[in-house]
Design a protein around this ligand. Structure first.
Ligand code: FES
Length: 157
């Protein structure tokens, strides 16, 4: 059986040098949905970096996560265009509905709530990305309905 954390397989096509670390971590994240801790020792050995150096990069970039994503991931855009159209109210309403703050996960791992700076579709803001799907012109009321739909399983991930 293949080792899912086979470092040679992971590094294939990445350059495999210490200067490629961010790209390598992105490759790992894309493959597993997060950066599994089990990858780090062999990655550090192969790149001749300390685990602390790798952890420093992982913790600097919010896009990397050491744990698997929640079942539903809600990202609220708070870039300038979305912010001026009410993105903060949308984020607040979702936080209220889930009883968590941005950057947190609901107990049980059902929802991750994140904020992002721009999703590249400013003209249709305020924008959410829910499980990878863009929701346009979201109002606080619509945001609450989305959460209720996800909680009721009425909306497919
Ligand atoms: S600012 Fe929200 S999509 Fe650009």
């Amino acid at each position: 059986m293949n080792d899912p954390f086979d470092i040679r397989d992971i590094l294939r096509g990445t350059g495999g040098r210490p200067g490629d670390l961010i790209g390598i971590l992105q490759t790992v994240q894309d493959r597993f949905g997060h950066v599994p801790a089990a990858v780090l020792p062999s990655l550090a050995r192969h790149l001749r970096l300390s685990p602390g150096e790798i952890y420093g990069v992982l913790s600097f970039y919010p896009r990397f996560s050491l744990r698997p994503p929640a079942r539903h991931v809600i990202e609220v855009c708070l870039g300038t265009a979305c912010h001026v159209r009410g993105g903060e109210s949308v984020a607040r309403e979702i936080g209220r509905a889930l009883a968590i703050n941005p950057g947190q996960t609901t107990p049980g791992g059902e929802f991750d709530l994140k904020t992002v700076n721009c999703l590249g579709c400013c003209a249709i803001g305020p924008v959410l990305r829910v499980d990878g799907r863009i929701e346009a012109r979201v109002t606080p009321a619509r945001a609450r309905d989305l959460v209720l739909e996800l909680q009721a399983g009425e909306r497919k991930a």
